[in-house]
Design a protein around this ligand. Structure first.
Ligand code: SF4
Ligand code: SF4
Length: 355
């Protein structure tokens, strides 16, 4: 698809148009961080920070959501929650958009479709913003992403200094900008130069290529006990993660009225894996820590064909215990690599003895 050029004024007019026919969300400055909030004009947005505190997943999979309402005397006459309004999410960073593409696989991919996610997703336009100065906690390039990645987006904007190069990626994205001027070769060259600089500035520290094979041998390695020692199982890492998707469902009633609510859950809670029998396979904090790491880098490879860490760095920034998932992966690779080298040596010895 052709790329277009947008001035800040033209982007402002687009936001005003979008806000007339639905909701527009964008990062808005809150104290020393930013959050996705509903805006009515571009002036309210803060597009200067790399990542919001919570990712855009909460706009597609809210932290607390009413699924339907009912009367306790007629639970068979439940009323589905109102249809969501169309929404544009502006200023989504490429890692977050990649996270939404992963969520799509969980909630709206093959097999069962989650109605509540699907109907929001179908009415959402994702307008991304390429990163130019990555945070020191960013590592998207280590997990297959890029500061100018387009995955999951309808439209990607790159600020080339007072103007934006707008690359449509879907028909919805193209419809939004098709009346603008086509980007000139010099604009595209500037965009590519900025993308290369941002990639070069990324403090990539981990190599996840061999992780899947190594994690297959990780079950009983004592390294989990060491890595998880500082973890207080608060769950902050799971709540800020753009790809975590576990939820709990509860019925709340008052007098004769009730509502079925779903809320985010966390594998870091000890009740998360408690069976009805009372048995809990992940009672030990280390087992819960291990589960989260394995889920990001191993289990989802089987479930949806890819790791589910997009390198946004939020869990690193928000962990009260200072746990850095990049260090976790590095130390795991080292410990498991040594373990597999030992195993190979033992096997060699056995073969030598057998001869
Ligand atoms: S945020 Fe840190 S302390 Fe809290 S559960 Fe996650 S790793 Fe553990
Ligand atoms: S595991 Fe951490 S760095 Fe990876 S996507 Fe989740 S919050 Fe971001």
């Amino acid at each position: 698809m052709k790329a277009f050029i947008l001035s800040a004024e033209e982007l402002g007019r687009l936001v005003t148009e979008w806000a007339k026919s639905g909701a527009v969300y964008a990062p808005v400055k809150v104290k020393d961080w930013s959050e996705f909030r509903r805006i009515s004009s571009l002036a309210e947005a803060d597009l200067t920070r790399v990542n919001t505190k919570l990712s855009a997943r909460s706009l597609l999979f809210p932290q607390c959501e009413t699924m339907f309402r009912f009367e306790t005397s007629h639970p068979d006459k439940a009323q589905l929650a109102a249809e969501p309004v169309p929404q544009v999410i502006l200023g989504v960073r490429p890692c977050d958009a990649a996270g939404i593409a992963v969520l799509d696989k969980f909630f709206a991919g093959q097999g069962e479709t989650d109605t509540f996610y699907r109907r929001r997703r179908d009415k959402t336009i994702l307008v991304g913003l390429a990163c130019q100065v990555p945070d020191d906690t960013c590592f998207c390039t280590a997990v297959g992403g890029s500061p100018a990645g387009t995955r999951g987006l309808d439209l990607l904007l790159t600020d080339i200094g007072g103007h934006y190069v707008a690359e449509p990626l879907t028909e919805r994205g193209e419809a939004a900008v098709k009346d603008m001027n086509e980007a000139a070769a010099a604009d595209l060259a500037k965009k590519d130069e900025l993308a290369s600089k941002a990639t070069a500035a990324m403090a990539e520290r981990i190599d996840t290529r061999k992780l899947k094979e190594l994690l297959d041998t990780a079950d009983t390695n004592p390294v989990w006990g060491e890595l998880s020692l500082p973890c207080v199982n608060c769950g902050a890492c799971t709540f800020v993660c753009p790809t975590c998707h576990c939820f709990d469902i509860t019925d709340e009633t008052r007098k004769d009225k009730g509502a079925r609510i779903r809320v985010w859950d966390t594998c870091q809670s000890c009740m998360y894996s408690q069976h009805a029998s009372g048995h809990n396979p992940r009672l030990a904090p280390a087992a819960r820590f291990r589960n989260r790491t394995m889920d990001k880098f191993r289990y989802t490879v089987d479930q949806v064909g890819e790791v589910s860490c997009v390198g946004c760095g939020r869990c690193i920034r928000e962990c009260p215990a200072g746990i850095d998932i990049r260090e976790t992966v590095e130390r795991l690779m080292l410990a498991l690599g040594e373990q597999s080298a030992d195993a190979m040596q033992t096997a060699d010895c056995k073969m030598q003895k057998a001869k």
